[in-house]
Design a protein. Structure first.
Length: 212
């Protein structure tokens, strides 16, 4: 079990890192503006599931590989960045169909598709890899038991906090979208803005490598 003092310090550090908007939040906001509340919440779940896979891999040894292989980390970084750019361009191209989809009361994209896209973004998130492999060890104590179990516990707490925070951002952005939806021109503009936001996010991840 993680020592109580380390656990409390980790929770405080996690909250500080999570509440500050980064790529994970910006991706969710972009999806909320482009596709609405339901898709944004599905995106939060998909992204969290992808990051959970990162956590499991890190806990069972991938962190060691990435810590000594700059090539592996770079490959994952650019794979995630390119996928974000692709999603952003696709969202921008589909912006004019948003008002039609809304008036017809159908979702522009299925829940499974949105979840799958968000999962890919989460599992290629470079910050998750760096955070889990470089930060978690500082809050675990080898004398307290299995490091793998401690990593999984700490990472799960981090994901739970992120899930709540990202959901709040998603609901807030979706509420703003509803106002824009009263005008087809506004909705088209906000859909385009969501696409541009996601493209910019991809570029930012490619250039920085450790941002979320």
């Amino acid at each position: 079990m993680v020592p109580t003092a380390d656990l409390l310090a980790f929770v405080a550090a996690s909250i500080l890192l999570i509440v500050i908007p980064g790529p994970g939040v910006l991706f969710t906001v972009g999806r909320a503006l482009a596709l609405g509340r339901r898709a944004a919440l599905v995106s939060v779940l998909g992204h969290s599931a992808g990051v959970l896979v990162e956590l499991i891999l890190i806990a069972f040894g991938l962190g060691t590989l990435l810590a000594v292989s700059a090539v592996a980390l770079t490959v994952i970084k650019f794979a995630g960045a390119l996928y974000l750019v692709y999603l952003g361009i696709q969202t921008f191209r589909d912006r004019k169909s948003l008002s039609e989809a809304l008036s017809a009361r159908v979702e522009p994209a299925s829940g499974k598709r949105v979840f799958r896209q968000s999962f890919i973004v989460g599992v290629t998130n470079p910050k998750g890899i760096v955070f889990f492999s470089a930060v978690l060890p500082h809050f675990a104590d080898p004398r307290a038991g299995s490091l793998q179990l401690q990593f999984l516990l700490l990472g799960s707490i981090f994901l739970a906090i992120a899930l709540v925070s990202d959901s709040v951002y998603a609901l807030t952005a979706a509420a703003a979208r509803n106002w824009f939806a009263k005008s087809p021109r506004r909705l088209s503009a906000v859909g385009g803005a969501g696409g541009v936001l996601i493209v910019g996010l991809g570029a930012s991840v490619a250039l920085s490598g450790t941002s979320d």
